[in-house]
Design a protein around this ligand. Sequence first.
Ligand code: GLP
Length: 241
Amino acid sequence: MKIVKVSDYQEMSEWAGKQVVQKVNELSKPILGLATGSTPEGLYQYLIDAYKNEEVSFKNVTTFNLDEYIGLDSDDPNSYRYFMNEKLFNHIDIDPNNVHLPNGVADDLEKECKDYEAAIKEVGAIDLQILGLGVNGHIAFNEPGTSFESRTQITDLVEETIEANSRFFDNKEDVPTQAITMGIKTIMESKEIILLASGENKAQAVKQLIEGEVTENFPASILHHHPQVTIVIDQAAASLL
Ligand code: GLP
């Protein structure tokens, strides 16, 4: 596990942005795994700027997002589909057919999970997966206690996650209680992973990730077993190390 310490959010976003641009430019058909949340927003802005400056094109890029809330459709500003369109896809030259997010309003959600997993298999493997970090150590929406063998599945969000994500909603009661998430095993099959963490509220989780044991009670800890993972943390997130 490689650890990169940067000074602040801006530097973290630029560091990760450069890696993504490099990966996209080096591969003929790059497959990116993308995350939502506040953490990767700066990275997405970096990618938009790089596209506008003609440093990169996303024409041949395929993307798979980690997760989606159950019950929110693509027009709902709190859906991850909406977030990704607003923060990235609407501003770059990616082919919408190459963009994948789980459908949180599918009639058959179990089938949706299986189809999502199969769609990833069909392209081979994700070349570069971007991850954020939940305050409780979750990756995607894989909450503490999730099996390291898990595949794309329906998950119940725990109170801590609902609380943390309620900042995006008018009322805490509006936060969905379930989501579809890529499984831990699915994430671990990515060829390369970059996990980003910024800010003091992530410091405890970062400490546990880097210094703690590998346990299903702290999902991100599995990354110690991945051959090519980089943790990019800013000073505030690294403050308890
Ligand atoms: C959500 C997402 C995760 C994300 C985490 C941290 O629960 N499902 O993929 O990593 O929150 O979010 P933030 O970056 O806003 O702190």
